[in-house]
Design a binder for this molecule. Structure first.
Ligand SMILES: Nc1ncnc2c1ncn2[C@@H]1O[C@H](COP(=O)(O)OP(=O)(O)OP(=O)(O)O)[C@@H](O)[C@H]1O
Length: 656
C-alpha cells in the first residue's frame, strides 16, 4: 500500500488533505507517492497549527506505527518535483504554479509560505523605519546594526538615554528608573527608539501599565516637537481581550494623576480597544481586510495585546497594514499556548529577537528541530547588534496581588515543567484560592450543586450585558474537546442537568436546542456577522417571553459588541457555527479571564497536554482555581512543550 493510502485509510488525513494529493495525482499521474503524501501532510500540518510540514519528524504530526521514508528520500523526491518550488531567496515570491514550497527544511503550502515571507518582510520594514529622533551611537561603541541599518542604542540602555526634554516626565512616570534595573521603565523608553517593540510577561506583570506610560511619553514627545499627538490604536485578537486591555489602560490612566502627570497628556490616549478584525476592517464574506499595504491603517502607534493568540495569516495582514514610519507594539505572554490556527508567530519573533550569543536566563527552546524557541527570558543583553530590528523586554515581576487567589507560585512551577514542585504546592493546600481535586476527573458529579447553582442563576436576568458579565464568573475549562473529560460531553451533560432543574433554564430535551441561559461559543470566523472564533454569547428570552414555560420565538443570542454595555442580538438560527460554552477548551479560553476556573484534565494521556496548556488554563482564573487531575496526568502534561513548525525565526534572523 502506498504511504498516501496508508495515511488516508488509517483516518489520519482530513478529506481536504487527501483531496489536495489526489488533485496533484490527477494533474500528473507520475507524481511520486512520497510527494503526494507530503502534500497531504503539509495540508494537515496547517490544521494542526504548524506553518509547514517537517519531513524529518513526520511522527510528530501523525503518531502511528508507519514506515516513514527517510528524510533524505523525502527531500530528494520533493526537491525534484514539479509541484515543489525552491525559491532562490527567502524574500522573493514563490511561483504561483507550484502549490508547495520547500524552504528552511519545511514543506509549505504555498499560501502559508507567502504569509510567512510577507510577515517577515513587514516586521523588518516596521523595525527598520528610523525613529523620529535617532540616538547617536554611544561613544566608542559600534552601534550600527550588522545589516547596515540605522544606529540602534545598545540593549538595556534606553532608560538612561531618554531625550532631555522628556527626562522630567520620564522620572515622574517611572520613579524607580533612577536606581536602574526597572524593566518597565526600559520598555517604555525603548518605544522612543524602536518602532517594533515586544513587551512580554505573565499575568499582572504590568504590561498594560507600562504601555500606558509609554504612550504618555510618545504623546509628550510629539507635542514637544510641535506636532500633533500620535494616533493610537489598542487592539487584541478577541473582543474580550480587547475589552480587558482597554479597561486596564483606563485603570492605569487613573493612577497617572497620583504621579503628578498632566491630565492633558493622558487625554490623548484611547479609552476603548478593538478587535484586530475590526481594526483592519472586515469585508463581508471575504478573508481580506479594508486596510492593507495600499490602504494602511490611519494610526501612528498600534498596540496589540495577547499577541501569542495571533495566527500567521492575521499577523501578516496586520503587519502589512501598519503604515510606514508607524510603531507596532506587541504585548503577550510567551508561556501561553500558541495560536489555535497556524503560526506560533510570537514564539518565532521572540526566538529571532533573542540574540544567540546573549545570556538567557530561562526556558530552553520549545521542542526540537525547527520548532520555535519559547523566548521568555528576562531582558536579554545583546553581546552584539542583532540583525532583526526589534526590541524585546520581558517583565518578570508580578504586581497583581489578590488576597483571594495565590496562583503565581504554581504558575511558575508549571511554566518551568517542575511537576514535583507543582504537586507539592497543590497538595499542601496553602495557596489561597487554589483547590486540587486529585484523581477526581468529574466535577459535575463531585461538585454538581455548586456548579448548577451558577448556571441556573444565569437565567435569573433578562439583561444581556448583566448576563454576559455573570457568565464570566465561572467556567469549566478542558484540555480536549472530545472524550469523557472533553468540552463536548461535559456540555451535553450540563444541558441535561439544567433541563432537570426546577428553575432551570434547560429544555426537556437539551440536545441541540436553544434555551434561556444557554451559553454559546462561536467556532468559526464570520465576517458578515462580525462574530469570531472564540466569541461567547448567551441565549435569553425577551422580558415577555421569560414568563412563558416554553422557549418562545422571542429568544435571542446576545454577543458582546464594541460597547460592553450594549451587546448585539442575533437570531440563534442565523448564527455561524457554534457550540455550547458552559465548558470550553483552554485553547478557546485564551485571552479571557473568569472568576472561578474549573480546569479538568483527561483521565488518559493525550498528546495535546502540555505545560503551556496547563499554564494557560490556570492563569485564566481571577478568584479561584479548581484543578481536577491525577498526579500522573499532570506529570505527563508538564513534561511536554506545545511545539510548532515554523520558519519565521530563520527568515527574521537571516533576513530571508
Ligand atoms: N511598577 C508597579 N508598581 C506597582 N503596581 C504595579 C506596577 N506595575 C503594575 N502594577 C499594578 O499591577 C496590576 C497589573 O498590572 P497590568 O494590568 O498592567 O498587568 P498586565 O501584565 O497587563 O496584566 P494582564 O496580562 O493580566 O493583562 C495593576 O493593578 C497595576 O496597577
Amino acid at each position: 500500500m502506498t504511504l498516501l493510502s496508508t495515511l488516508h485509510r488509517s483516518g489520519h488525513l482530513r478529506t481536504l488533505d487527501h483531496a489536495l494529493a489526489e488533485s496533484l495525482r490527477r494533474l500528473d499521474p507520475d507524481t511520486p507517492d512520497a510527494v503526494l503524501a507530503a502534500a497531504a501532510l503539509a495540508s494537515l500540518a496547517v490544521a494542526a497549527g504548524h506553518a509547514g510540514f517537517d519531513p524529518a519528524q513526520p511522527q510528530q504530526l501523525v503518531d502511528a506505527p508507519i514506515d516513514w521514508p527517510s528524510h533524505e528520500t523525502w527531500h530528494q523526491a520533493l526537491a525534484s518535483s514539479r509541484w515543489v518550488a525552491r525559491p532562490d531567496a527567502g524574500d522573493t515570491e514563490s511561483p504561483a504554479d507550484a502549490p508547495l514550497v520547500l524552504e528552511h527544511g519545511l514543506l509549505y503550502l504555498r499560501r502559508y509560505r507567502e504569509y510567512e515571507r510577507r510577515l517577515a518582510s513587514g516586521l523588518r520594514r516596521i523595525g527598520d523605519s528610523a525613529p523620529a529622533a535617532p540616538l547617536p551611537p554611544p561613544a566608542g561603541e559600534d552601534a550600527r546594526r550588522a545589516d547596515g541599518g540605522p544606529p540602534a542604542p545598545p540593549a538595556g540602555d534606553e532608560a538612561a538615554q531618554v531625550p532631555t526634554p522628556l527626562a522630567n516626565l520620564f522620572a515622574q512616570l517611572f520613579p524607580q528608573a533612577a536606581t536602574g534595573g526597572d524593566l518597565q521603565a526600559q520598555a517604555a523608553a525603548a518605544a522612543l527608539h524602536h518602532h517594533l517593540l515586544l513587551v512580554t510577561g505573565g499575568p499582572g506583570t504590568g504590561k498594560t501599565t507600562t504601555i500606558t506610560r509609554m504612550l504618555v511619553l510618545l504623546v509628550a514627545q510629539a507635542l514637544q516637537a510641535g506636532g500633533a499627538p500620535p494616533r493610537i490604536a489598542l487592539a487584541a485578537p478577541t473582543g474580550r481581550a480587547a475589552e480587558r486591555m482597554a479597561e486596564s489602560v483606563r485603570n492605569a490612566v487613573q493612577t497617572l494623576s497620583a504621579l503628578g502627570i498632566d491630565p492633558a497628556l493622558a487625554s490623548h490616549l484611547p479609552t476603548t480597544g478593538t478587535t484586530l478584525h475590526r481594526l483592519l476592517g472586515t469585508i463581508p464574506d471575504r478573508p481580506d481586510f479594508r486596510h492593507h499595504a495600499d490602504n494602511p491603517l490611519p494610526f501612528d502607534v498600534v498596540v496589540v495585546d495577547e499577541a501569542s493568540m495571533i495566527d500567521l495569516p492575521l499577523m501578516a495582514k496586520l503587519v502589512e497594514a501598519v503604515p510606514d514610519g508607524a510603531r507596532l507594539v506587541l504585548l503577550g505572554d510567551p508561556d501561553q499556548l500558541p495560536s489555535v490556527e497556524a503560526g506560533d508567530v510570537l514564539a518565532g519573533i521572540l526566538a529571532a529577537a533573542s540574540n544567540p550569543r546573549a545570556t538567557s536566563d530561562t526556558s530552553p527552546a520549545r521542542g526540537g528541530g525547527r520548532a520555535e524557541g519559547a523566548g521568555g527570558g528576562a531582558l536579554r543583553p545583546a553581546a552584539h547588534a542583532p540583525t532583526f530590528p526589534v526590541r524585546h523586554i520581558h517583565l518578570a515581576r508580578g504586581y497583581r496581588q489578590s488576597a483571594a487567589l495565590d496562583v503565581a507560585p504554581l504558575a511558575t512551577a508549571v511554566r518551568s515543567g517542575d511537576a514535583d514542585r507543582a504537586l507539592a504546592l497543590l497538595r499542601s493546600g496553602q495557596l489561597s484560592g487554589v483547590h486540587f481535586h486529585e484523581g477526581d476527573t468529574d466535577p459535575l458529579q463531585s461538585h454538581r450543586d455548586h456548579l448548577l447553582a451558577h448556571w441556573t442563576a444565569l437565567a435569573d436576568t433578562t439583561d444581556p450585558a448583566e448576563a454576559l458579565a455573570r457568565a464570566n464568573r465561572l467556567r469549566i475549562l478542558t484540555a480536549v474537546r472530545e472524550g469523557p473529560q472533553g468540552a463536548r460531553s461535559l456540555n451535553a451533560r450540563i444541558e441535561e442537568l439544567l433541563a432537570g432543574t426546577r428553575r432551570g433554564a434547560g429544555p426537556a430535551s437539551a440536545a441541540g436546542r436553544y434555551f434561556h441561559g444557554r451559553l454559546l461559543l462561536i467556532t468559526e470566523n464570520s465576517y458578515r456577522h462580525r462574530l469570531f472564533n472564540g466569541d461567547i454569547g448567551i441565549c435569553l428570552r425577551s422580558e415577555a417571553g421569560t414568563a412563558a414555560h416554553d422557549d418562545s420565538g422571542s429568544l435571542m443570542a446576545w454577543f458582546p459588541g464594541d460597547d460592553p454595555h450594549n451587546p448585539r442580538p442575533f437570531h440563534p438560527a442565523a448564527l455561524p457555527a457554534h457550540d455550547s460554552a458552559f465548558a470550553m477548551t483552554v485553547h478557546k479560553a485564551q485571552g479571557s479571564e473568569f472568576g472561578e476556573v474549573w480546569l479538568v484534565l483527561p483521565e488518559r494521556p493525550n498528546r495535546v497536554l502540555s505545560r503551556e496548556l496547563v499554564y494557560t488554563g490556570l492563569t485564566r482564573a481571577r478568584d479561584a482555581l479548581h484543578l481536577h487531575a491525577s498526579a500522573a496526568i499532570l506529570k505527563d502534561a508538564l513534561a511536554r512543550h506545545a511545539t510548532r513548525w515554523s520558519g519565521l525565526r530563520q527568515r527574521l534572523s537571516l533576513g530571508a
